[in-house]
Design a protein around this ligand. Sequence first.
Ligand code: NAP
Length: 394
Amino acid sequence: MTRLFDLGTVPPLGELPETMQAVVVRPDREGEPRDAMLVEEVPLREIGPREVLVMVMAAGVNFNGVWAARGKPVSVMKMHPEEDFHIPGSDASGIVWKVGSAVKRWKPGDEVVLHCNQSCGECPPCNGEDPLACSSQRIWGYETSWGSFAQFCVVQSQQVLPRPRQLSWEASASYGLTYFTAYRMLLGRANMQPGDNVLVWGASGGLGVFAIQLCRITGANPIAVVSREDKADLCRELGATMIIDRREFDLSKGADESRRFGKRIRELTGGADPDIVFEHVGQETFPTSVLVARRFGKIVICGATTGFKLDFDVRYLWMRQKEILGSHFSNAFQADKANRLVMEGRIRPVLDEVFDFGDTALAHQRMADNQHKGKMAIRVQAAGSAVRPLDRAA
Ligand code: NAP
């Protein structure tokens, strides 16, 4: 048995090494990604009957890697006490390398992408309501270890989806977590309709680039919020015509500034307030989101990059009968439907930068510092393969 495969090589199908390279976070070095994430050599994990071992060709960079590195607001080590280390990564493209004895849908050699929702698969919520309602629901590569920043990863077979073959490995790896989340937020939880005006915070970010595209293919009107001119250009390229530069507003000043922001929205829409506000920024934007949504409008939220404790004037909520909707990733059915739109070329990944495996920490630091736009991916066993122009954001 080979001890360790070289990065960037694809050995004969099914051949396994003793160990693998992985990006690892450990409890004693939690902090900014540049310090917390180190490449280590670790043993491979055995797979269970319903699990699949995937050789990772490329992995996608997500904000949950930043949270995992920081160990704040909660250390991921507490979420999987069975391991005292954490291999992050909730997006991957790769090749099925080995399947458990009960797996029927996939076989070694299949080229796949992965979604990151895990659940028990046996309880009533998993079998009728929604796997996100399962009491053991967890996000793979965040609430579990053995994520995608490694030469091999272990997933439940229901997490496996076909890979869009027209894309590079890197582009295939880049979109799942944020795109499938945006899909559930808008088309699931908020029931977006043609003609809806949708305020998209962070419109050039990982969630935002897909929110814009989903609005466009649904016939809704995205109002894209950005903080840099090149980010505005990216949103225009994706089809947004209404753009707001948030640097022109100081939303920390309170309701008057939020009202001025709302006035700008109405100038762009021809007088309409947003039917839906697409929220993930949290503390710094949430009071404005609640204020600017139209009467009976919806605020759909899946994250809180700037802080979890939300302080807003609830009168705008009840007097104008608005709704706040929590949303979390997606189920396998939604992920599959969304993935098919990528396979058909109707949604594009918006891959902006590709990094070598050794620069995984650097890529996460760029995200932590809000220096990136669109999506970033890491080459793992696909090292050396070119990024095709089709996948580039600009
Ligand atoms: P991202 O790629 O970093 O994009 C976030 C965007 O937010 C940035 O592009 C930035 O755009 C904007 N932003 C940052 N600070 C801001 C501020 N103070 N005010 C307004 N806008 C600000 O991250 P992402 O992948 O889109 O994820 C965003 C958040 O959602 C993260 O906290 C992540 O953990 C969470 N999330 C949750 C789920 C889930 O399933 N629950 C799934 C995906 C993501 P500008 O600077 O251009 O405005």
